[in-house]
Design a protein around this ligand. Structure first.
Ligand SMILES: [Zn+2]
Ligand SMILES: [Zn+2]
Length: 222
């Protein structure tokens, strides 16, 4: 599995860090994990092959994770598949309804569990995050390797379970914000969950930590 960090920043992008997005490639195709504004273009630059894009997978509905959905839908010749937490259908329908009829082709909206039916050699498990109501932590297993993605969350049992023993973990470290993790929380989560490798991401202010930080454009082999 190959993971490219398309955005290691938080809600407010900076010159160094775009908001959330990750390109995941495995033997069964490619998927996007979250889609902040500009993710589509950054994914193309990082090697996105739209004929191999199996799904866009959403952790929750905040703009820094979904702002490029309209652009992704607009530029697709075939039907885009979107997997997300409960409420994804209504959310995407509201996005589409903001534009004139026919501008955005209706996507194929599926549950996380159905992802295994639209893509080969992948399994997905979600755990409740402590963030917005719908937010989840995501654990993807593909080609025998496990990628854990915290999405946005405060320290909670779900994020610890999502990261437990993962081959690679992308853990949010937004800082001193409600319903997010700071550097101390990230250290505690990792000490408990023991992922084999971890990169901190969703960074608003550069954290004081010994854990490695994700960077935009970073390519990780899992
Ligand atoms: Zn966020
Ligand atoms: Zn959020």
């Amino acid at each position: 599995m190959l993971v490219t960090v398309l955005g290691s920043g938080a809600a407010c992008p900076t010159a160094r860090r775009s908001s959330s997005g990750y390109l995941v490639e495995w033997s069964g195709g490619q998927l996007l994990l979250d889609a902040s504004p500009g993710t589509y273009q950054r994914a193309l630059k990082a090697g996105l092959d739209t004929s191999r894009l199996r799904a866009v997978v959403l952790s929750h509905f905040h703009i820094d994770h979904t702002g490029d959905l309209a652009g992704l839908l607009w530029h697709r010749d075939d039907q885009l598949t979107i997997a997300g937490p409960p409420g994804t259908r209504a959310f995407v329908e509201r996005v589409c309804a903001a534009y004139p009829d026919g501008w955005l082709p209706a996507p194929n909206i599926i549950s996380f569990a159905e992802l295994e039916h639209v893509a080969e050699n992948i399994a997905v498990r979600t755990l409740p995050a402590d963030h917005s109501d719908e937010a989840v932590c995501i654990r993807l297993t593909a080609d025998g390797q496990t990628l854990a993605y915290s999405g946005d969350t405060a320290d909670c049992p779900g994020v610890r379970e999502a990261l437990r023993g993962a081959d690679l973990a992308l853990l949010e470290c937004t800082g001193e914000f409600d319903k997010h993790c700071n550097a101390a929380a990230c250290a505690e989560i990792c000490a408990d969950a023991q992922p084999r490798r971890v990169y901190l991401t969703h960074i608003q202010h550069e954290p004081d930590t010994n854990l490695p930080l994700a960077e935009d454009g970073l390519v990780l082999t899992v």
